[in-house]
Design a binder for this molecule. Structure first.
Ligand code: GLU
Length: 430
């Protein structure tokens, strides 16, 4: 009998294929048990749902939604809900795998999961988004819960969506269950510092990278003399730009979906944010020249922060990149091929599962604070975040030296070391 054990259901997207390639590479480098590798290549559980929504004009539209748990070996599933028109089961499965790796890497007692709805939220009214979120929550209710699987915001969702999810789940249970989601507004059990946490973490690891490169005589950077460009001026990118500017770094360019702005002398981030708040776009910002996203990727800067979405730096544009340090604010912004090319060119890449782990770390703090009904101040949150990020960075950098590999592979090795031990200890059921 020679069955093909894969139907191809999960591995249709480049993001999934890249995630598996990266995992295989880490597996080879660390000499991982093939049994563990085999298990990690597929999610534990996936649910696909149809979500009918009565639109404001009275018509009914049906959207596709997914929740995927990649692993619950280390604890409840954890990961965001993405609203994006291109999302599909394969992409959500890849993102769930990245969450497993991220949580394991930074030492959280959480597994990896992700959800998504194939929708462009900017085309929906607030009422339509609420109906969509609530019906989706109801459809996946058997999969989520504070001890089971805990959603959070991701691309296209924010605290308001989490509030609707929490309310829907709580209505079904008959009592308030704040621990079912993280990234909630403060008023209903959110954590101080959660909205800023991902962008902050992205910059903390840049500081560590600069220190390390200096120590190794691989570059004499000083953040105060560096220039930076931020691709994706959203929840993560805006905070990363602010944090970089705060440390004296010159942020010369930022961009969103529609294009970017560039000023050689450095942008005034507060001024850019005020313009954004008023005009809802970077377009027309008077104190900089307009550039497109590809131009931003190719700028001659020291630091590049891709903070928008996956698959932004690929074999098609990797040769244009001039940055010396890249901190991956988004999940999967650099394809495997581009990453290998750039690392061979000496670019220091701080991989997504490390660079953007600040979000899920503070999600974990939110979950813990909620369970204890005892809330911390923002200083405590930031200090604890910085401590965990520093520890994770050092462990990854240590593995990069030990295995003589790039930071991406080292980060995966660091996650898989912990995860595989837990998998082997728990054993296979039955
Ligand atoms: N969506 C974020 C991520 O990709 C946060 C997940 C969470 O806080 O659970 O890491």
């Amino acid at each position: 009998m020679n069955h093909n054990l894969r139907s191809g259901l999960y591995d249709t997207s480049p993001l999934y294929q890249n995630a598996v390639l990266d995992l295989e590479m880490a597996g080879r480098t660390m000499d991982l048990s093939p049994n563990v590798l085999e298990r990690l290549k597929m999610p534990k559980k996936a649910m696909c749902v149809s979500i009918p929504v009565r639109m404001d004009d009275g018509s009914v539209k049906t959207f596709e939604g997914y929740r995927v748990q990649h692993s619950t070996t280390l604890g409840p599933g954890k990961g965001g809900i993405r609203f994006h028109p291109e999302v599909n089961l394969s992409e959500v499965s890849a993102l769930a795998m990245l969450m497993t790796m991220k949580c394991s890497l930074v030492g959280l007692p959480l597994g990896g999961a992700k959800g998504g709805i194939r929708v462009d939220p900017s085309q929906l009214s607030r009422a339509e988004q609420q109906a969509l979120t609530r019906r989706f929550t109801m459809e996946i209710i058997s999969m989520i819960g504070p001890e089971q699987d805990i959603p959070a915001p991701d691309v296209g969702t924010d605290g308001q969506h989490m509030a609707w999810m929490m309310d829907t789940y709580s209505m079904a249970k008959g009592h308030a269950v704040p621990g079912v989601v993280t990234g909630k507004p403060i008023e209903i059990g959110g954590s101080l510092g959660r909205p800023e946490s991902t962008g902050r973490g992205v910059v903390y690891v840049i500081e560590h990278a600069i220190e390390l490169l200096k120590k190794k005589n691989k570059g004499n950077f000083n953040l105060k003399e560096c220039t930076a460009a931020v691709h994706g001026y959203g929840k993560v990118g805006t905070v990363a730009a602010e944090e970089l500017e705060m440390r004296g770094c010159k942020v010369v360019a930022v961009s969103d979906y529609f294009g970017g702005i560039y000023n050689k002398a450095g942008l005034d981030i507060a001024d850019v944010n005020a313009y954004m708040a008023k005009n809802r776009t970077l377009k027309g910002y008077p104190k900089a020249e307009a550039i497109n996203n590809e131009q931003l990727i190719g700028l001659d800067v020291d630091i590049l922060v891709p903070a928008a979405i996956d698959g932004v730096i690929t074999k098609d544009n990797m040769k244009n990149v001039k940055a010396k340090i890249i901190s991956e604010g988004a999940n999967g912004p650099i394809t495997s091929e581009a990453q290998q090319y750039l690392e061979a060119q000496g670019v220091y890449i701080i991989p997504d599962i490390l660079a953007n782990a600040g979000g899920v770390i503070v999600s974990y703090f939110e979950w813990v604070q909620g369970l204890q009904q005892f809330f911390w101040n923002e200083k405590e949150v930031n200090e604890k975040l910085a401590e965990i990020m520093a520890r994770a960075f050092n462990r990854v950098a240590g593995n990069a030296d030990r295995y003589n590999c790039g930071m991406k592979t080292a980060a995966l090795i660091t996650s898989v070391e912990r995860l595989s031990q837990a998998m082997l200890l728990r054993g296979l059921f039955p």
